[in-house]
Design a protein around this ligand. Structure first.
Ligand SMILES: O=P(O)(O)OC[C@H](O)CO
Length: 407
């Protein structure tokens, strides 16, 4: 038996999916065995992978979040393109089977697919219907714009329906990168880094400053509650502390499991929505492994690509169906007729052709730039600086870090 390891960052319901799929693959044949290993948050998993590679102890497969894509792409030699691996398997790899926006995001400019799109997501709005009811809000109509979110959050707090109105995971991914794409605002030059390096950040422009000042103002009396840099705020929402929550569509599994009387809506926007950009993570394969191991990876990725598995992954977790067949099957099964809100994240991403502001975000050091953003956001939320100061500092510090990483 050829054994391969799969380092990942999935917790809760999504961790169960990883374990279940690995088990099913292992039981479906007797030549290969996949062992999933949880390595912490997305940034922790990426750092663990880089350290292990340097120590010549890299796992076979590593799950890397959207923000680490540029880092992995720059690590030529350290990784083996997924397109090469799949060509070693029994089945030829047909890229046209995958949703175009997702494949493009994980491919080189020449079209070579570098990583396997395991869990793609789009951020959405969740709300607690019991809290909405208590606050006198319309349980069937969640807020659509950010101004409506701020108003509803204030009403939740002032009515005493819950101690907090609004919380969110990922202020970087949701409130900065997707906020920009979804409203068609420029996040950075060079099409946010998709068109080339030497990106200059543009996040100190008025719409960003206004958005973050609104969050900072709401944080003063706890109407907005900050949870942490990655997915920590999910626990705040699940505990019933806040009525409204912005989080990845992939957070749905835990919301369902909690038994909450919840609803979902589109990611809020300012005036008119454009399109969201792919989030979540993809599976990268390290270089320097044996052909046997790569054949095992090819078999595993082929297993994961099956329409039934993809459709199940989407329907159970809230992550997007990454193949067209899985999307079509989910439609044909009548799944969206029964659960119309479940198509929201796909429609958000695919509803409009992307502009230069909404193809994605790519930097050789996006995790580092997100750290800078988080430091400034935390100072701002603690009342130590205004949103304008925070955004100006992000641009100055971020641009310097990008320049150094691009050299
Ligand atoms: O919670 P996920 O897996 O959808 O990931 C969210 C963000 O894309 C991470 O950068």
């Amino acid at each position: 038996v050829t054994e391969i390891s799969w380092w990942h960052a999935m917790t809760g319901a999504n961790n169960e999916v990883v374990d279940q799929l690995s088990k099913e693959f292992n039981e479906s044949q007797s030549e290969y065995k996949v062992t999933p290993v949880f390595k912490g948050t997305y940034p922790e998993t990426l750092n663990a992978g880089i350290a292990a590679f340097r120590a010549k102890q890299a796992p076979t497969i590593i799950q890397v979040f959207d923000a680490g894509t540029g880092t992995m792409m720059a690590a030529e030699g350290a990784i083996k393109p997924v397109a090469d691996i799949l060509s070693m398997g029994d089945k030829p790899f047909d890229k046209s089977q995958y949703l175009p926006g997702i494949v493009a995001y994980y491919s080189k400019p020449d079209g070579t697919m570098l990583s396997f799109p395991y869990n793609s997501s789009s951020p959405i709005l969740y709300y607690n219907k019991d809290i909405f009811q208590k606050a006198g809000l319309d349980v069937d109509n969640p807020p659509k714009t950010w101004n409506e979110v701020w108003d509803a959050a204030k009403k939740i707090k002032s009515s005493g329906a819950a101690p907090c109105g609004f919380t969110s995971t990922w202020l970087t991914w949701i409130h900065t990168e997707n906020f920009a794409a979804w409203n068609n605002y420029q996040w950075g030059t060079q099409e946010n880094g998709i068109a080339g390096p030497n990106v200059e950040l543009k996040v100190n422009a008025e719409p960003f400053v206004k958005h973050f000042q609104a969050l900072a103002d709401l944080a003063k009396d706890g109407t907005f509650k900050y949870g942490g840099r990655t997915s920590e705020a999910k626990q705040i929402f699940l505990a019933g502390e806040c009525g409204i929550f912005t989080e990845s569509s992939g957070g749905l599994g835990d919301v369902i499991k909690s038994g909450m009387n919840y609803g979902t809506g589109m990611l809020p926007y300012d005036t008119e929505p454009q399109n969201t950009i792919p989030g979540g993570a993809s599976l990268w394969v390290f270089g320097g492994k044996s052909d046997e191991e790569y054949k095992a990876v090819a078999a595993f990725f082929n297993f994961l690509s099956q329409t039934d598995i993809q459709a199940r992954l989407h329907q159970v977790s809230g992550y997007l169906p990454v193949t067209i067949a899985a999307y079509e099957k989910t439609k044909a099964d009548g799944f969206y007729e029964k659960n119309p809100a479940r198509e929201i994240p796909i429609k958000q991403m695919m509803g409009k052709a992307p502009t230069e502001n909404s193809k994605g975000v790519r930097l050789p050091n996006l995790p580092q730039v997100r750290d800078i953003m988080n430091e400034e956001y935390e100072k701002m939320l603690a009342g130590q600086e205004t949103a304008q100061q925070a955004m100006d500092n992000i641009v100055a510090r971020g641009d310097a870090a990008i320049k150094e990483a691009s050299q």
